[in-house]
Design a protein around this ligand. Sequence first.
Ligand SMILES: NC(=O)c1ccc[n+]([C@@H]2O[C@H](COP(=O)([O-])OP(=O)(O)OC[C@H]3O[C@@H](n4cnc5c(N)ncnc54)[C@H](O)[C@@H]3O)[C@@H](O)[C@H]2O)c1
Length: 145
Amino acid sequence: MKLLVTGGAGFIGSAVVRLAMRRGHEVVNLDALTYAACLENVAEVSDNPRYAFEHADIRDRLALDRIFETHQPDAVMHLAAESHVDRSIDGPGDFIETNITGTYNMLEASRSYWTSRGRFSEFHFNRRSLRFTGRNGHVYRGHAL
Ligand SMILES: NC(=O)c1ccc[n+]([C@@H]2O[C@H](COP(=O)([O-])OP(=O)(O)OC[C@H]3O[C@@H](n4cnc5c(N)ncnc54)[C@H](O)[C@@H]3O)[C@@H](O)[C@H]2O)c1
């Protein structure tokens, strides 16, 4: 399977990229390389012919359409986000543009890609919620699209 992973240079995305590669999938890693990115986390797969990196921003719809057209993925894991909540107090604009508009762009680009191939019935949207307990016993909750 060919996976398009957004935010694949981030904390969770890079782990997804490494795991998917280990399991024999093809992976396209789409990331804008913000302050939160660390390409070293995917260094072990960067030379693999099953891996491609696209330096792109999910706020750029035209870039997304090009990437879908070029790589023709079978599935998308959308993990690109402004995730450092403390930063939203000083600069909420980036959060709105990436997490809301960027996610909308990803959904629209995905829908357009699958619809244009007459495969709209294969377009499924899953949202995952995460819950885990920290060492201090505190329960954390989060969401990933
Ligand atoms: N880390 C956690 O424990 C946790 C827990 C629950 C949910 N989540 C969710 O999982 C997702 C990923 O979290 P993370 O911890 O890996 O985040 P992260 O901040 O480590 O990584 C985010 C990645 O997205 C990229 N990015 C940011 N804006 C972008 C844009 N406009 N276009 C393209 N790429 C962009 C960054 O460069 C970075 O590589 C987020 O939605 C987060 O809320 C994370």
